[in-house]
Design a protein. Structure first.
Length: 350
């Protein structure tokens, strides 16, 4: 925690505010660089969002999760990861309502690969539920077979998405064109930069996100000490929200750029990484297999993640342009289901 800092709320808030500005600025630049690379090369927006944005914006979660696991707090680590899966979609829904407003995001995202990513996400969450329910039956050192399988699934997903981006098997009939006005402005801004320079800037922005995201997380943990709420509630809400700040920024920037596929792929990529992070958490957890020590609340959070992912898949398949309060019907449903889930979780004993 913030042992060396003045523990007044004002000082904690000041650290949080300054660090949040750093996250916002670096994540905005990161989105611009990644979007430019995606258009200059053949990797595609979905793969760029899955790999570059998903990994870079997950750096705060890596620090938070590994730290919690090393401290022996399996519940905080697990609820932060599993709670973050649902919260990322809520973040996307709120960003959609503010930044898009005129049409549903899932009606203008033109890539079928997003549905494949959603199916993989449901698959990974189902594996987590199986692992928590049955416990680890085979371990190598501190690492269980279940957590190792999650990493393998994630790596295979990267390969599948890359191959599908280069040669898609099918495309939607009513495929809408993504915005080109902002993309022209983007190219004008960055045309003087080489690809190598852009990759270096992506790396630098990721490092800044890691540093500022770390202090955002530490400040939020200090706030947690004052609340006295249970680890499962804090991990699923406040801690997951603060570590999701990079995703808020990158999703906002991607939508403003007209890179709708990248905005959704960023969230799906972040979620896939979050579930795969059970592997490093298992390495850091010294009490045994971390999935075995998770409680029923984690099963609830994983199930909530499956329901919310399925709602977005429904929207991507239907592609209807119905909006409620500035967001698509699917995003609105995600928001309602998430709020109901948090209320139900909060009513359970810590």
């Amino acid at each position: 925690m913030l042992d060396t800092w003045d523990q007044s709320l004002w000082s904690i808030f000041a650290v949080f505010f300054v660090s949040a500005i750093g996250v916002w600025f670096s994540a905005t630049k990161l989105t611009l660089y990644v979007d430019t690379i995606a258009h200059r090369t053949s990797i595609g927006e979905a793969f760029a969002g899955l790999l570059f944005l998903g990994f870079s914006t997950s750096l705060p979660e890596i620090v938070t999760t590994v730290t919690a696991a090393a401290d022996g707090n399996a519940q905080l680590a697990g609820s932060n990861l599993l709670g973050g899966v649902s919260l990322q979609f809520v973040v996307l829904a709120l960003v959609e309502a503010v930044a898009k407003r005129r049409e549903a995001l899932t009606s203008v995202a033109p890539k079928a690969i997003l549905m494949l990513q959603g199916v993989v996400m449901i698959f990974m969450l189902a594996v987590v539920i199986m692992a928590i329910s049955l416990g680890e039956t085979f371990t190598i050192g501190n690492v269980g077979a279940w957590t190792l399988s999650l990493v393998v699934i994630y790596i295979v997903t990267l390969r599948i998405v890359y191959l599908y981006e280069t040669a898609p098997a099918w495309v939607p009939n009513n495929q809408n064109k993504e915005s080109v006005v902002e993309n022209i402005q983007r190219e004008d801004q960055l045309e003087h930069l080489s690809n190598i320079n852009l990759y270096l800037r992506i790396f630098a922005a990721a490092i800044v996100i890691l540093g500022t995201g770390y202090f955002v997380t530490r400040a939020s943990e200090a706030m947690v000490e004052v609340t006295g709420l249970g680890s499962h509630v804090i991990g699923a809400t406040l801690l997951a929200l603060t570590t999701s700040l990079p995703e808020v920024t990158t999703s906002w920037s991607a939508i403003r750029l007209g890179a709708y596929t990248m905005a959704i792929s960023n969230i799906l990529g972040t979620n896939a990484i979050e579930v795969a992070l059970f592997f490093p958490a298992d390495l850091a957890y010294k009490k045994g297999a971390i999935l075995t020590d998770l409680h029923s609340s984690s099963i609830f959070l994983a199930s909530l993640g499956i329901i919310i992912t399925a709602l977005y898949l429904w929207g991507l398949l239907e592609r209807k342009n119905r909006t409620i309060l500035g967001m698509g019907w699917d995003s609105f449903a995600v928001f309602i289901v998430y709020v109901a889930g948090v209320i139900i979780l909060g009513l359970q004993p810590a």
